[in-house]
Design a protein around this ligand. Structure first.
Ligand SMILES: [Zn+2]
Length: 189
């Protein structure tokens, strides 16, 4: 059955692709040439514009910082997977985990643990995703400045939005979440 009108393809040179070169397999292809610009240019800002270098120079509220340590600090991700998505970063602009000093590594670890405790207290989450994407090829959005993700998870936080619409429903505003986490973070004596 022809779903198109009689004159739909009038004057158009139509040929079946079955005779074209190629080796078929079981996959469908989504051709997305509009994404080429993103892939070619990447998302990587020059070091002078590195958001994790700039954030500590701002106020806590502006920089979305919830805690400043000695060698590392904790801030909210501007692009959260979930409300309360935190990033633990060294102050130094280093890319890889094995570039971090012993002191930085220890503080990133202890701040990650503290972030878990504070998130649990503030948001009663059921679990966490914790980890680092190392290198652009591994999915790091800001590959040049080391950052550990701490993402709170709830049993009911998944839905179809991320899959069908590349969208994530986030239920709380960043400023409100930052205030709640910063206030709950234990103060040094
Ligand atoms: Zn940086």
């Amino acid at each position: 059955m022809n779903h198109y009108g009689e004159s739909e393809f009038e004057g158009v040179d139509l040929r079946s692709a079955s005779s074209f070169a190629g080796v078929p397999d079981e996959f469908q292809r989504l051709w997305t040439p509009h994404r080429l610009a993103y892939i070619e240019n990447g998302q990587q800002p020059p070091e002078a514009d590195c958001p994790f270098c700039l954030a500590p120079e701002m106020s806590d509220e502006e920089g979305l910082i919830v805690h400043r340590g000695t060698h590392a600090f904790v801030l909210l991700n501007l692009y959260p997977y979930n409300s309360g998505h935190l990033l633990v970063c060294p102050y130094r602009h280093v890319a890889m985990y094995d570039d971090a000093t012993v002191e930085e590594t220890a503080e990133i670890a202890s701040l990650t643990q503290e972030a878990m405790r504070v998130l649990k207290k503030v948001s009663c989450n059921d679990g966490y995703n914790i980890g680092m994407n190392q290198g652009r090829v591994a999915g790091a959005g800001i590959a040049d400045h080391l950052h550990q993700h701490v993402v709170p998870r709830w049993a009911t936080d998944s839905n179809f939005f991320p899959i069908i619409a590349k969208s994530k429903a986030v239920t709380a505003l960043l400023g409100d979440v930052r205030n709640a986490i910063a206030q709950a973070w234990p103060k040094a004596n």
